[in-house]
Design a binder for this molecule. Structure first.
Ligand code: B1M
Length: 217
């Protein structure tokens, strides 16, 4: 009698990601790759499916920030294996997000959470880091041609940098090339309206929904 070998189930990857089991996710993803499962399938039906559940739970206050960060770490463990294979194969993201904490602001925990959720949703994320000047955002729009600029600010004194950045995009003639979305503790929808940002999101999971709405994916 031959030995029955169980193939890796994508749901098992998703379930372990939701539980934040990074080593297990890594092991299962590697096993799935070795078994010949398409990287795009592992990404969409394992990692992204799991991260979507995490986002839903976070929005419903069933998960809190530490659980999201632990799940995001598990997602990264899987992504590390799948990412190099993806660039060689089919599922190239068609949506690129330029992410950064604005000038003068060094807070990056929320921004990183936004980035992880965006990656989890299958977007390509270019993270410019913290203290990103309007000039740097403008230059990166020219160089990288993103679909969306996602700006984070945690201070009432730095949220004005979002306004200056949008003005700089307009002055450089590139504002219409990208959608702008903003967020962070002091940010509101009315501030987004005031500075002519295309969208506002109160948390990382809603930021993903907002991007989907803005770029129609
Ligand atoms: Co700062 N800090 N901090 N701080 N800090 C706050 C923000 C503050 C509210 C604390 C307080 O006084 N109660 C206050 C701001 C007051 C104000 O302006 N209204 C403050 C201050 C004053 C300062 C300093 C000026 C303190 C000083 O030096 N005198 C200084 C400024 C430094 C600077 O940036 N230039 C400073 C420094 C720091 C540390 C370096 C010590 C550290 C940051 C470490 C780091 O980020 N690597 C820090 C921290 C940790 C905080 C608190 C405690 C926590 C912030 C955080 O990470 N929250 C914060 C008080 C608080 O919030 N309780 C505070 C968790 C994170 C997941 O939430 O970033 O809000 P958050 O992100 C959320 C949403 O806002 C949203 O999604 C996330 C959740 O899903 N979101 C987006 C964020 N970005 C988004 C972008 C989007 C969409 C959603 O679309 C693009």
């Amino acid at each position: 009698m031959g030995v029955v070998k169980l193939m890796v189930n994508m749901q098992e990857i998703a379930d372990n990601l939701i539980k934040g089991q990074a080593p297990k996710v890594k092991e299962l993803v590697q096993k799935a790759v070795d078994e010949g499962v398409k990287p795009s399938e592992i990404l969409s039906e394992g990692l992204i499916a799991g991260m979507n559940v995490v986002g839903t739970k976070f929005k419903a206050n069933e998960f809190y920030i530490p659980e999201v960060l632990i799940a995001a770490r598990a997602m990264h463990a899987g992504m590390d294996i799948v990412k190099p294979l993806l660039s060689k194969s089919d599922a190239k993201s068609t949506t690129t997000i330029l992410l950064g904490t604005v000038k003068g602001d060094l807070h990056d925990i929320g921004k990183n959470l936004v980035g992880m959720m965006m990656e989890g949703a299958g977007f390509e994320v270019i993270d410019l880091g913290i203290d990103v000047t309007p000039e740097k955002f403008v230059q990166a729009v020219k160089d990288k041609n993103p679909n969306v600029i996602a700006m984070s600010a945690l201070l009432t004194t730095t949220m004005t940098s979002m306004k200056t950045t949008i003005e700089a995009l307009k002055a450089a003639g590139v504002k219409d090339r990208v959608k702008t979305i903003i967020g962070g503790a002091p940010i509101t929808q009315s501030y987004a309206d005031e500075i002519d940002a295309d969208g506002y999101a109160p948390d990382a999971a809603s930021a993903v929904d907002k991007v989907k709405e803005l770029v129609n994916v």
